[in-house]
Design a protein around this ligand. Structure first.
Ligand code: ADP
Length: 272
């Protein structure tokens, strides 16, 4: 609370009273703090890929080095990958800052879950190497959903990227989909460090990162899950986590089905 106190006096200087100007500045302070965090996060996040790109480009451009074609191609592949990462991070940050003012605009259509998941898993394969096994448990005839394809892909990407990031020993990453009422529940589970119960609700807040060893060793702005929650909720769904420290985590979110399946599924006994 900020207060300004002004004594009121008569022209002769006699004390008449006082006007206290009390204003709640807590809101403003939080805004300013968030902006500061935002700026430091942006500079930290964006500087890393930029310095990798610069380092590789400088090395490849060296006058005295005669790189063979394979080395050149490898170096250029890293540059392209980092540039992609940079572009993606800029999008995430822009999106997260825009959310303060605008509500999210969605492009809804009907699409199948499995191909989307397969596409995301393929994209992560180089990063996952042979430390991780991916298992996709989604039936081919899984009913289509009605949602924003690109945005939902961002959510799945965030969850799989986190599963990799927070599983220092590798392991199994399993992606499943099942029907519950008018929704598909998509889950990503890992065998990573897990999350203490008291932290689980906070993960979906803007800029929140759990204070553990990996917080210092991994890069992150604490925006991925916040953004995922905004996307999922804009589509009328919800997102949550089940986790046990030391055992692993399972993040789940719901997406509306294209056509409510309730009667069909109940008839064939597929629903729980
Ligand atoms: P970031 O990964 O950039 O920190 P996120 O919003 O994606 O931001 O995640 C917020 C925090 O939630 C992470 O910093 C991490 O502490 C925790 N977290 C997210 N996913 C997992 C996971 N699969 N296993 C353990 N902790 C996780």
């Amino acid at each position: 609370i900020q207060s300004r106190y002004a004594a009121q006096r008569s022209p002769q200087g006699a004390f008449l009273g006082a006007i206290a100007n009390v204003r709640d500045v807590t809101e403003q302070k939080i805004e300013a703090e968030m902006q500061n965090t935002f700026i430091s996060v942006i500079s930290h996040e964006l500087r890393t890929p930029v310095s990798i790109i610069k380092g590789y480009a400088e090395t490849l451009a060296r006058q005295d080095a005669a790189w063979d074609a394979a080395t050149l191609r490898e170096g250029l592949a890293v540059i392209i990958e980092e540039a992609d990462r940079l572009a993606q991070q800029i999008n995430t940050l822009l999106e997260a800052s825009r959310l303060q003012t605008d509500s999210m605009r969605l492009e809804l259509s009907d699409w199948s879950v499995r191909p989307l998941v397969e596409r995301v898993v393929e994209r992560f394969a180089p990063q996952a190497g042979d430390r991780f096994t991916f298992q996709i448990d989604i039936p081919d005839d899984f009913p289509p959903v009605h949602a924003d394809y690109e945005r939902t892909r961002t959510v799945v990407e965030n969850l799989i990227s986190n599963a990799i990031k927070y599983s220092p020993n590798g392991g199994l990453i399993r992606i499943t989909a099942r029907v519950s009422g008018d929704f598909a529940i998509i889950s990503v589970s890992d065998q990573g460090i897990g999350i203490p119960l008291e932290e689980q609700k906070k993960l979906f807040r803007r800029f929140y990162r759990v204070d553990n060893r990996l917080r210092r060793e991994t890069q992150g702005a604490g925006l991925g899950l916040f953004l995922s929650r905004v996307i999922v909720e804009a589509q009328g769904g919800r997102i949550w986590v089940d986790s046990r420290p030391g055992r692993g985590s399972r993040f789940s979110f719901t997406v509306p089905l294209a056509t409510p399946m309730l009667s069909d599924q109940m008839a064939s006994g597929e629903i729980e």
